[in-house]
Design a protein. Structure first.
Ligand code: ADP
Length: 461
């Protein structure tokens, strides 16, 4: 690909990730453009960009950031060369990627075909099978009837998992443990999929007991290079959503670790992937790994990979979009054999959720906001300041706290110390809960799987 110069980037997102991307741009001497909904007129990301424009007038708060034509119009009217979609919102929307292409605006992400393949969990599984990568045993594409689900369960045994083809963010999944529960689960899964994702296609797969969630960070350029930046362990989840992440993973044999790295590179190289993406696997207690999905975008937890590898993933995304080669200036990334983990990093997602009230998102004004800090600490905040108003309209992530140290134990100690230093008043947060998680013996020892939080009631007190 010929090099294209990016002088101005619009971030089609809000909160911490918008600010993260503005920072990357500014360091690359690129001018930044924010968009904000009417409800976000006081939000921090608006003030962190060189220019900011109201988007989605008259639309619902979420829909403002999904207003494809409104965003394109702002981009065109303000000489924007490229759009970074962040995560969530339009980041995996093939139509948005297409509209950017049509208007000659660079979409900082993969190609449209990748969004189509990986946005659909059944198609993603097919791509993995084609690349010869083990997938969790499952139905051959979407199922059309409850009889198909039944036949699958008879062949593979319960428990099984029903998944929405368009599912994401831990939603659209149901565990079925017996024949009696199947009919009800099937019907609910279908109607939920329709209501949440606008389409009721579902498929079934074997439910793995007590797996760990390990994912491999990939970056690929337009010169045929696909590089992995090691793995993250995201097993600490609540209701299938990540809460605490670690890089690199612990207690994993070299064979298993390298097997996943190789599989991830193979899959992404096989589809000619472009830009940053993550290949997710589940690892069973008997050390088998299975592909579950690809996230074709930057992820919330990219920070910890940056801390252990030293690679700025967002800047890499922008430079790849300009057409640069991974191994030449200005990127000059290490060759695969030289990509090594330096120490350990941990990320905690501090949210405005109330652990005492089933993690209901809290809203209101932040009256006091004091954070931790110091050596080996990274904070990525959205509206993290005194006087900020947290509205009910968007996700509840307030600040990501990442710590880095040469050993896992030191990184964990740093995390505990940092969480303790936080003082947030006026709004409830999950900080006390996070402290319980990172001080729990199972976490410290490194033996947690995806069932840890839900199966450990003492974390909730
Ligand atoms: P989403 O796209 O909603 O994030 P994923 O497919 O990435 O969904 O799965 C999220 C989490 O759900 C996994 O990390 C794991 O904890 C759980 N999960 C998904 N599929 C299975 C499965 N087949 N067996 C056991 N757990 C699963």
């Amino acid at each position: 690909m010929k090099n294209r110069t990016i002088n101005k980037v619009l971030v089609a997102n809000r909160g911490e990730i918008a600010i993260r991307i503005f920072r990357a741009c500014t360091e690359l001497n690129i001018r930044t453009v924010a968009i904000y909904s009417a409800e976000d007129s006081g939000s921090y990301h608006r003030y962190k960009a060189d220019e900011a424009y109201l988007v989605g007038k008259g639309k619902k708060p979420i829909d403002a950031y999904l207003d494809i034509e409104g965003i394109i119009e702002i981009a065109k009217a303000n000489d924007v060369d490229a759009i970074h979609p962040g995560y969530g919102f339009l980041s995996e929307n093939a139509e948005f990627c297409k509209r950017c292409d049509e208007e000659g605006i660079i979409f900082i992400g993969p190609k449209m075909e990748h969004l189509i393949t990986f946005g659909d969990k059944a198609k993603a599984r097919d791509a993995a099978v084609t690349a010869g990568i083990p997938v969790v045993p499952g139905s051959d594409g979407p199922i059309q009837s409850i009889e198909e689900a039944q036949a699958f369960a008879e062949a593979y045994g319960f428990p099984i998992m029903i998944k929405a083809v368009l599912g994401g963010g831990g939603r659209g999944m149901r565990i079925v443990r017996s024949k009696q529960g199947l009919k009800d689960a099937y019907e609910r899964a279908k109607s939920e999929a329709k209501a949440t994702f606008g389409q009721d296609d579902i498929y079934v797969e074997k439910y793995l007991e007590s797996p760990r969630h390990i994912e491999v960070q990939i970056i690929a350029d337009s010169h045929g290079h696909t590089l992995h930046l090691l793995e993250r362990d995201c097993s600490v989840q609540r209701r299938h959503q990540k809460v605490v992440e670690i890089a690199p993973s612990r207690h994993l044999s070299d064979k298993l670790r390298e097997g996943m790295h190789e599989a991830a590179v193979k899959l992404m190289a096989n589809v000619n992937y472009l830009n940053a993406g993550t290949v997710e696997f589940l690892v069973t207690p008997d050390e088998q790994f299975y592909f579950i999905e690809v996230n074709p975008r930057v992820q919330v937890e990219h920070t910890i990979t940056e801390l252990i590898t030293g690679v700025d993933i967002v800047q890499t995304q922008i430079l790849i979009a300009e057409g640069h080669d991974l191994f030449e200036a200005p990127l000059s990334l290490p060759k695969q054999e030289a990509v090594r983990a330096n120490g350990y990093a941990i990320q905690c997602r501090v949210t405005t959720e109330d652990p005492a009230n089933q993690f209901m998102p809290d809203t209101g004004k932040i009256m006091a906001y004091r954070t931790g800090g110091g050596f080996g600490v990274r904070l990525d905040a959205g509206n993290g300041y005194q006087g900020a108003v947290i509205t009910p309209h968007y996700d509840s992530l307030l600040v990501k706290v990442s710590t880095w140290a040469l050993t896992f134990e030191a990184a964990a100690a740093k995390m505990v110390r940092n969480l303790k230093e936080f003082r947030i008043r006026g709004i409830k947060t999950n900080i006390a809960f996070l402290e319980n998680v990172v001080t729990h013996p199972s976490f410290v020892e490194g033996s947690v799987d995806t069932t840890f939080i839900d199966a450990t009631p003492e974390l909730f007190v």
